[in-house]
Ligand binder design. Structure first.
Ligand SMILES: NC(=O)c1ccc[n+]([C@@H]2O[C@H](COP(=O)([O-])OP(=O)(O)OC[C@H]3O[C@@H](n4cnc5c(N)ncnc54)[C@H](OP(=O)(O)O)[C@@H]3O)[C@@H](O)[C@H]2O)c1
Length: 205
């Protein structure tokens, strides 16, 4: 869902996109390619990483490390990785728990394991329809970014502005991913209460 939404938005903005999966013949990825015209292709995670300047990690949080290993350390080296994943553990049913939290986060785990990659945590605090179309809400609210590389964050922030985002809060280094991942329990609860994923957090001061 998330890869489809972000990939479709990027193509609509004129970017070439490679949708990665565990296999090059993933049916959903092929269907996405067929729907998105000449700028869209699909392949393995390694294909996507090798031929891209910026990589979006839109994999299940429980599988992100495995997916990034499949993408290949050499293909990721030196690149920006926008980490949209949440470490949600559904093994005990709903609501999910966080498999990493408090003094650590998935964003930090990825950064520690892939030290040559510029991890920027972003867009993980809202539903995928809104991620790429903030104008669907009268007041779109805020999104958050964090990461250790200042240049990488600036590049991601510029890209997210082209998605329509105006109120982007840079929370600092990648340890801030603890906070942005730990809002997921309240996000899940709110979705149940409101009966829709079409809402967002708005910071007032
Ligand atoms: N849905 C939302 O609105 C939303 C909002 C904010 C954040 N997020 C986060 O964004 C991420 C993507 O969410 P989603 O709902 O689009 O998809 P998802 O079903 O959580 O994940 C699908 C992706 O994970 C990969 N994957 C699953 N198991 C794997 C494994 N064992 N090894 C390697 N790769 C594996 C799949 O690869 P294949 O293509 O090969 O199957 C596919 O690329 C999640 O971390 C989620 O928490 C979602």
């Amino acid at each position: 869902m998330v890869g489809d939404s972000i990939g479709t938005k990027l193509v609509s903005l004129g970017h070439k996109v490679i949708m990665g999966s565990r296999t090059a013949t993933n049916e959903k990825a092929i269907s996405w390619t067929n729907r998105n015209g000449a700028l869209a292709t699909n392949g393995t995670f390694a294909d996507a990483a090798a031929y891209s300047e910026i990589i979006f990690n839109c994999t299940s949080g429980q599988a992100s490390l495995e997916a990034l290993q499949l993408a290949g350390r050499e293909n990721l080296q030196g690149k920006i990785l926008v980490d949209v994943a949440n470490p949600l553990d559904f093994s005990k049913g709903m609501p999910p728990s966080l498999s990493v939290c408090n003094t650590d986060s998935l964003g930090e785990v990825i950064q520690r394991q892939f030290t040559d990659v510029k991890v920027v945590k972003a867009l993980n605090t809202l539903g995928c329809q809104l991620m790429v179309n903030p104008g669907l809400l009268k007041d779109p609210g805020n999104i958050f970014i964090c990461g250790n590389d200042v240049g990488a964050k600036a590049e991601v922030e510029s890209l997210l502005r082209t998605f329509g985002w105006e109120k982007i809060i840079d929370l600092g280094d990648i340890t801030a991913a603890r906070g942005t991942e730990q809002v997921l329990p309240i996000w899940v609860r709110l979705m149940g209460k409101l009966g829709t994923p079409m809402f967002n957090f708005s910071i007032v001061s």
